[in-house]
Design a binder for this molecule. Structure first.
Ligand SMILES: Cc1ncc(COP(=O)(O)O)c(C=O)c1O
Length: 452
């Protein structure tokens, strides 16, 4: 009855997994916002290096992880799979609970799994600087770390609400040598426009993305990096699931339920996609469930429509579950989940019925995360408190039904730099926000109508 199920370095995956060729229906194309025609690689070239653009549209099932990237991955990968003995005792069986722990990376989350290859491919293409946004600060830390390794400059636009809540994430980003600005900022045309219209805005990921995209689009030697949503980001994260498949096999277990929190969909996909391959091939049949906050419920209450990835309408149009690109979420503590859309691939999988989704309130997720910390030791980041809570709820339901379920969830990061959120919870100050239907309707009214 192992507690840590550990893969040796020699078992580090050599390839990322691309689900596209295995899908029963192809994903919808990405559209040019002006013509509503599918974009080609050249349309994306101002923002991304060609290697990443080719991965974005790749049709190969497996893509080799460059040795330079694997060398960096070995700093913390393979990550441990834990059997949650303490949690099982707390709940009182019969569910067997496992979690893949991505918090052992240098910055404390799954984000370097894609930051490292993104920095690598940009450096290889001769790019000098990357611009990006960050919500919780995890992605900004990860890209700053990866840029330091590959000798790139890095400029981070951090959502103002998180910038004010998380001074130590800022310090981490600066320690790795990157520069950081609260968003909206007065450094971009779009940021100045937002500040003029709403000077007190807490900011949003959609606004920060617009600022970083503007910096990349208007400077020849700067490219843009995104920490979630896009196909190539989800692709890089599949190292998580490839390792987890081997680790579950080591203890002769097959998951009945696979759970991950979803902001843009990357950590959930990283764990889920390799299992989805097995499910689509008919070898296993787990329920695969995304967990989102009730304050930003794109998968559970959004519409499956073409929309912009950013608030300033600078990105192409992608078909996804969306709450509307003008969405400015309430400042819940899971900053990385405050996004209006969902990865097109995750959205497509929900449309196909391969995955399902639920929404939870933050008071409940923090309550469960505190119980988890007291028996498992790890303090989850605010985002994965959603995965922890849903896994615990699932185990409680299994207990009531007397079912021997095997539950696997992704613990995408630790919360060591998010302790203001725990302080607020312990002090009874956390409030729940139900995103109002009126706000969804108003934002959706601004989404362009695309003839399909
Ligand atoms: C630890 C952690 N988990 C999850 C997320 C949500 O992003 P994604 O849905 O892309 O995994 C974030 C985003 O910042 C994060 O920092």
């Amino acid at each position: 009855m192992a507690t840590k199920i550990i893969l040796p370095e020699s078992e580090l995956p050599t390839h990322w997994y691309n689900i596209v060729p295995d899908l029963p229906a192809p994903p919808p194309p990405v559209l040019h916002p002006g013509t509503h025609q599918p974009v080609g690689p050249d349309d994306l070239a101002p923002l991304f290096p060609m290697d990443l653009i080719l991965q974005e549209v790749a049709t190969d099932r497996f893509i080799e992880i460059p040795e330079e990237v694997r060398e960096v991955y070995r700093l913390w990968r393979p990550t441990p799979l834990y059997r949650a003995h303490g949690l099982e005792r707390l709940i009182g069986g019969p569910a067997r609970i496992y979690y893949k722990y991505e918090g052992v990376s240098p910055v404390g989350s799954h984000k370097p799994n894609t930051a490292v290859p993104q920095a690598y491919y940009n450096a290889k293409a001769g790019v000098k600087k990357l611009a990006t946004e960050t919500g919780a600060g995890q992605w900004g830390s990860a890209l700053a770390f990866a840029c330091a390794l590959f000798g790139l400059e890095c400029e981070v636009y951090m959502v103002r609400a998180s910038y004010d809540q998380k001074p130590y994430r800022r310090a981490i980003i600066e320690t790795y040598g990157a520069t950081i600005h609260p968003s909206p900022s007065d450094r971009t045309q779009y940021g100045r426009k937002v500040l003029a219209e709403t000077p007190d805005t807490p900011g949003s990921l959609g606004i920060a993305i617009s600022e970083a995209v503007e910096v990349a689009a208007t400077n020849d030697d700067v490219k843009y990096a995104l920490g979630s949503v896009l196909n190539h980001v989800l692709l890089h994260q599949t190292v998580i699931g490839e390792e987890a498949i081997k680790q579950m096999a080591m203890v002769e277990e097959t998951p009945d339920v696979i759970i991950g929190c979803t902001g843009g969909g990357s950590n959930f996909s990283g764990l889920m996609l390799p299992f989805a391959r097995e499910k689509l091939a008919g070898r296993i049949d787990p329920v695969m469930r995304a967990v989102e906050p009730a304050a930003a419920p794109s998968l559970t209450r959004g519409s499956y429509q073409f929309d912009f990835g950013d608030t300033g309408q600078m990105t192409p149009l992608v078909k996804m579950y969306t709450l509307g690109h003008p969405f400015v979420p309430e400042p819940i503590h899971a900053g990385g989940l405050r996004y209006h859309g969902m990865a097109p691939l995750v959205s497509h999988l929900q449309e196909l019925g391969v995955i399902e989704s639920v929404a939870l309130h933050q008071t409940e997720t923090f309550e469960k995360a505190v119980q988890f910390a007291r028996v498992e030791g790890i303090i989850p980041g605010p985002e994965p408190t959603h995965a922890v809570a849903e896994a615990m709820l699932e185990a409680e339901r299994a207990k009531e039904a007397g079912e021997e379920k095997v539950i696997l969830f992704n613990l995408s990061g630790h919360g060591h730099f998010d302790m203001t959120a725990y302080q607020a919870h312990l002090g009874g100050e956390l409030v729940d926000y139900e995103h109002p239907q009126q706000a969804i309707d108003a934002a959706m009214a601004k989404v362009p109508v695309v003839a399909e």
